[in-house]
Design a protein around this ligand. Structure first.
Ligand SMILES: Nc1nc2c(c(=O)[nH]1)N=C([C@H](O)[C@H](O)COP(=O)(O)OP(=O)(O)OP(=O)(O)O)CN2
Ligand SMILES: [Zn+2]
Length: 116
């Protein structure tokens, strides 16, 4: 019987796409929101699949809060690329990670997962 444990966390960061239809985008900022989806096949005695608090602490440690993403990453910091980077980081700590979603705004975001 599977569950999916989902944690959201926000961070603030500036960025610009390095090639947006042929030219760099103007520098601008977002309150980014990330969602982490982790599969749990069983629950502990307390009824938890994976402790939300552990996931949230991990995110707090690794998310580039109040940074210029272009200085943090070597890739163009689109939502898609940030989602792939975050997936790889979170998967090392939580191997049953299924999907990461990165929202740049309330309405626009990108998901990353790995095919079986
Ligand atoms: N597939 C993607 N498309 C776009 C990305 C992205 O990461 N992946 N990123 C951007 C820009 O960085 C930009 O942040 C888009 O911001 P948004 O607010 O959605 O667009 P506007 O600035 O035009 O919005 P207004 O609030 O109306 O000014 C673009 N595309
Ligand atoms: Zn943007």
């Amino acid at each position: 019987m599977p569950w999916r444990v989902v944690v959201k966390r926000q961070f603030n960061a500036a960025h610009f796409l390095t090639d947006y239809h042929g030219a760099p985008e103007p520098l601008h900022g977002h309150t980014w929101c990330v969602e982490i989806h982790i599969r749990a096949d069983s629950l502990d005695k307390g009824g938890m699949g994976v402790d939300f608090v552990e996931i949230d602490r991990f995110l707090k440690d690794i998310l580039p809060d109040y940074k210029l993403l272009n200085e943090v990453f070597e890739f163009s910091p689109s939502a898609e690329n940030v989602a792939r980077w975050l997936f790889e980081k979170v998967k090392e700590r939580f191997p049953t990670l299924e999907k990461v979603v990165v929202w740049e705004t309330e309405n626009c975001g990108a998901e990353y997962w790995e095919e079986e």
